[in-house]
Design a protein around this ligand. Structure first.
Ligand code: PMP
Length: 445
């Protein structure tokens, strides 16, 4: 009987895999490799930090899928919130000043979470749209203020801001930019030193620069925290040069670092926060841009025309209802506190790996965001020709852990961002699976 069930599951997997290969174009996937290998997993269920696939395999979701399933999988309350909202009001437009209850409630809730005078939110369907919205908004702002030449946007190397045209153009991870032959105009890139930022502003002229954008801790670029005091100085430079400061909080926002927003770690209040992922823990596609009262007042007092920007799904009622329920759960269950305490366990685990395996180093992270790298020689920064992190991730899969290797910019990084609901025992299991996988890979090097 058990054998029969296994066979049925395998048959189902193969049938779905064939259809997947035939009809589904996967994001961030090699089409050629996918045609050769097909899907690795076809997921059917989730519970807490675990995902289950159609063949019954259970995997630890060590990156909260795409750094987004923050409250963990399987919270049926969010399904109920979605069903109730759809039954009552599935959709109504927020264009031309119309509104509905969930979007009003969510905008109020975001203002409670956001720092300083960031009180007004424009909603989108995700992070890329939020960043594109911010780029258009800052340019509009400077035009309204009588400085239409202030259009350029500065972003940092190894930053990830998404794949819409503006967001791709701001992204500092080169393969994403090279995918398309012509990017949006007016994007400038800078490395992560203050000297380079000052030199770039000097070269381009502050009168031509609209905004600086950065993640508080870079995610997809390898979990890279800034150097000590970096953002405080950036804030000051932006103020001195009349450059708006956009924080891309798509990964860090809503508790990932153990603070409400990642910039809270550095005591810096940006002019604009872009958000997505954690606002709904991935249960519904929603993001947004929160602006300061200063920006809103300027746009209100000195401009009478429309805010000519809006997605059909800006403030989708179901997505807003789901996001509200998600934030309610994070608040009621003190999940940000758990991020802090489990974050310490995660960092302890990474320290253990670093001390146990001589070829590991450059450990970093805060809260439930962590990373560690592999070096052939840490002092000279020499790497293995083939990334060790990718091999470890492959071995970890066999042991029941879905991991993430990051190799952009010549690094060889293992990244972690498990759900906020993770327990001490689960952190230990995660680290022990990685530990065993490393031991196995070491033998093959
Ligand atoms: N900004 C950051 C910091 C991100 O991590 C991501 C997604 N990984 C995005 C923007 C883009 O968000 P989305 O994929 O929802 O468009």
């Amino acid at each position: 009987m058990a054998m029969q069930m296994k066979n049925d599951a395998q048959v189902k997997f193969e049938k779905l895999a064939a259809l997947d290969k035939k009809h589904f174009l996967h994001p961030s996937t090699s089409i050629k490799q996918h045609m050769e290998n097909g899907p690795g997993f076809i997921f059917t269920e989730g519970e807490g930090i675990y995902l289950k696939d159609v063949r019954g395999r259970k995997l630890i979701d060590s990156l909260s899928s795409l750094w987004n399933v923050n409250i963990g999988h399987g919270r049926s309350e969010l399904g109920q919130a979605a069903a109730e909202q759809i039954s009552k009001l599935a959709f109504s437009s927020t264009f031309a000043g119309n509104s509905h209850e969930p979007v009003i409630e969510l905008a109020k809730k975001v203002a409670e979470w956001a720092p300083g005078d960031l009180n007004t939110t424009f909603f989108t369907s995700g992070g890329s749209e939020s960043n594109d919205t911010a780029f258009k908004t800052v340019r509009h702002y400077w035009k309204v203020k009588g400085q239409p030449n202030k259009t350029k946007i500065i972003s940092r190397s190894l930053s990830y801001h998404g794949v819409a045209m503006g967001a791709t153009s701001a992204t500092g991870i080169e393969p994403f930019r090279e995918f398309t032959t012509s990017l949006a105009q007016g994007f400038l890139y800078v490395d992560s030193t203050i000297e380079s930022l000052k030199a770039l502003i000097e070269k381009e002229g502050a009168e031509n620069i609209a905004a600086f954008i950065s993640e508080p801790i870079q995610g997809s670029g390898g979990v890279n925290p800034p150097s000590e005091g970096y953002f405080k100085e950036v804030r000051q430079i932006c103020d001195e040069n009349e450059i708006l400061f956009i924080a891309d909080e798509v990964i860090c926002g809503f508790g990932r670092t153990g603070e409400k927003f990642g910039m809270d770690l550095f005591g810096v209040v940006p002019d604009i926060i872009c958000m997505a992922k954690g606002i709904s823990s991935g249960y519904a596609p929603i993001g947004g841009m929160v602006i300061s009262d200063k920006i809103k007042n300027e746009l209100m007092e000195n401009y009478e025309g429309n805010f000519w920007h809006g997605y059909t799904y800006s403030g989708h009622p179901m997505c807003c209802a789901v996001a509200l329920k998600n934030l309610e759960i994070i608040e009621k269950e003190n999940m940000v506190e758990n991020v802090r305490s489990m974050g310490e366990e995660l960092q302890k685990g990474l320290k253990y790996l670093e001390e146990t395996h001589a070829f590991m180093g450059n450990r970093r992270g805060v809260g439930l965001l962590g990373a560690i790298e592999f070096f052939k020689n840490e002092e000279t920064k020499e790497r293995y020709t083939e990334p060790v992190s990718a091999k470890v991730v492959a071995k970890a899969l066999d042991r029941g852990l879905l991991g993430r290797s990051i190799v952009y910019g010549g690094q060889d990084t293992l990244a972690f961002a498990p759900p906020f609901c993770i327990t001490k025992e689960e952190v230990e299991t995660m680290i022990s699976i990685i530990d065993d996988s490393i031991v196995e890979v070491k033998k093959e090097l």
